[in-house]
Write a protein that binds this ligand. Structure first.
Ligand code: NAD
Length: 482
């Protein structure tokens, strides 16, 4: 179902009329989204302002990442080590320039990135104000604000812990302030030893493939072993070439969009859905040159059958996307046991059973990826969804526990918690609740299936080796939940 207000807001005349009449109608900003496959230079000719704290540790990585992605870096404030910027600037023809103080009136920047790793005491946090206060109004529509940090407990120093943890609160609040412009904000906590895993995530979050993600912390670790090749030399285009990906529930909605995006990056996609969905799932598989697997994921022998099919046809699998899911909503007082069981079996039990089978016989290859669909309902709970919320919260616990057990093989395990995504699942919500659900995000709109597919594709790529055991929200910064 289309979002009427979003459509209306794309018409500049309608926008102006509503604004000039002062009508209390929210006008969400249409989000800039990528078209086509991953590009060499997703930030070509985009201005990105960079600030550093004193003692900053990641400026060299930022310099390399921005130059390689085609951005024009503008260095703001004190403390820059210009030597760090020289070689990448020359290698990629993107020399950094110094941003005058005050910044030129007409400056509009795609992004502002701050290396805040050197901030160690509460008074140091003034550096956030120094950088962002003059620039916050200069961040473009669908722009980005990104803060780089160190895990707050890493140093054992309470003052430094408070200071680094403060960055998360700052970013969550900033995301709300800039969200109506379609702009987003993130903090990335980088473990010591995981610095080489930062470029891929930074590039992704600055690109318009992360349009519906906002206001959350990301944690990069070195815990999962390298999945082949060096960390820094991960492929930038066609990152899934020669990979085999299984997507469950691929007939429609998020699963179909995900299958298309994985295939666009080179993966052979095995599209799985229930036997009664043969028609739509075969259509998706045909369209992207993939194959079909008809299987109810909650059948007792599903894991063994899926593992055998993947081994036989492809020798194994590299990426497993547990997307198949159902809702059977009722208040607990009215919920029948069969609806409870069905939801838990499909959304949670089947995920564990399939992974167990794939891991037991080695069908999931080294350097592989397990990506599960959780939900914001699993983080925050939702009226009438005790069964669904339990299943989706169970996924969060599962990825945390499984990730360390497969890290030595370079396999990463993560979950995505979508907020309100425009699919038949949300079309089925009563109109008024649906309208409220859409607006309850920093971006004032629902996401599209491809927003989840873009995040799955990033997590599936070799560059995402630093993310494991995490549940990542894809909710436009929903106002509910932690
Ligand atoms: P959808 O109903 O459009 O698609 C789900 C797919 O899963 C369907 O093709 C269905 O046939 C398949 N499926 C269901 N039971 C199955 C089974 N037993 N075996 C095999 N396939 C089965 O749903 P969607 O909105 O695209 O959601 C996809 C996932 O994202 C689900 O796990 C859902 O819980 C999660 N999610 C969606 C939203 C949202 O706003 N749409 C929000 C949070 C989480």
């Amino acid at each position: 179902m289309s979002d009427f207000l979003l459509e209306l807001s794309k018409n500049p005349n309608a926008r102006n009329v509503i604004k000039s009449l002062g009508l209390p109608i929210p006008m969400p900003q249409a989000l800039a989204r990528a078209r086509g496959p991953w590009e060499e230079r997703p930030l070509a000719n985009q201005k990105v302002v960079v600030g550093v704290s004193s003692g900053a540790q990641l400026a060299g990585v930022i310099a390399e990442t921005l130059a390689k992605a085609g951005a024009d870096p503008l260095l703001a404030g004190p403390g820059h080590d210009e030597a760090l910027w020289q070689a990448p600037g020359e290698a990629y023809g993107r020399p950094a320039t110094t941003l005058p103080d005050p910044a030129p009136e007409r400056l509009i920047a795609h992004g502002v990135v701050m290396d805040a790793t050197g901030l160690s005491t509460p008074s140091d946090l003034g550096a956030l104000h120094d950088l962002f206060h003059p620039l916050v109004g200069r961040i473009s529509r669908s722009g980005r604000a990104i803060v780089l940090a160190r895990p707050h407990l890493a140093s054992g120093d309470p003052a430094r812990a408070a200071t680094q943890r403060a960055l998360e609160g700052f970013v969550r609040a900033l995301a709300k302030e800039i969200g109506r412009r379609g702009a987003t904000a993130h903090v990335i906590y980088v473990d010591e030893g995981a610095e080489a895993r930062l470029p891929a995530l930074l590039r992704y979050l600055l690109s318009n493939r992360s349009a519906f993600l906002s206001g959350q912390p990301w944690h990069l670790t070195a815990s999962a072993a390298k999945g082949g090749g060096t960390d820094v030399e991960v492929p930038i285009t066609r990152p899934l070439e020669k990979k085999v990906a299984l997507v469950t529930g691929a007939a429609r909605g998020i699963g179909a969009a995900t299958a298309r995006l994985l295939a666009a990056e080179g993966a052979h996609v095995v599209c799985l859905d229930r036997p009664e969905d043969d028609g739509p799932v075969s259509q998706v598989a045909r369209e992207l040159g993939g194959s079909v697997l008809l299987q109810d994921v909650s059948a007792p022998d599903a894991g063994a059958k899926i593992a055998a099919a993947l081994r036989e046809a492809h020798g194994g699998v590299d990426v497993v996307v547990h997307n198949a899911g159902v809702t059977r909503d009722r208040t607990l007082a009215k919920m029948k046991r069969d609806k409870w069981d069905m939801t838990l079996d499909i959304n949670l039990g089947a995920v564990l059973a399939i992974d167990e089978a794939l891991l037991a016989d080695g069908a999931l290859r080294d350097g592989g990826r397990i990506i599960c669909l959780s939900s914001v309902a699993g983080i925050a709970g939702n009226m009438g969804q005790t069964n669904y919320a339990a299943s989706k919260a169970g996924i969060i616990g599962y990825v945390e526990a499984l990730a360390p057990t497969v890290a030595a093989r370079g396999i990463t395990v993560n979950a995505i918690a979508p907020g309100f995504i425009e699919t038949r699942l949300t079309d089925a919500i009563p109109a008024v609740i649906r309208e409220v659900g859409r607006r309850l995000s920093n971006l004032g709109q629902g996401g599209l299936p491809r927003d989840i597919g873009d995040l799955v594709t990033f997590l599936a790529s070799p560059g995402a080796q630093g993310l494991t055991g995490r549940t990542l929200r894809a909710c436009g910064g929903a106002f509910i939940g932690a």
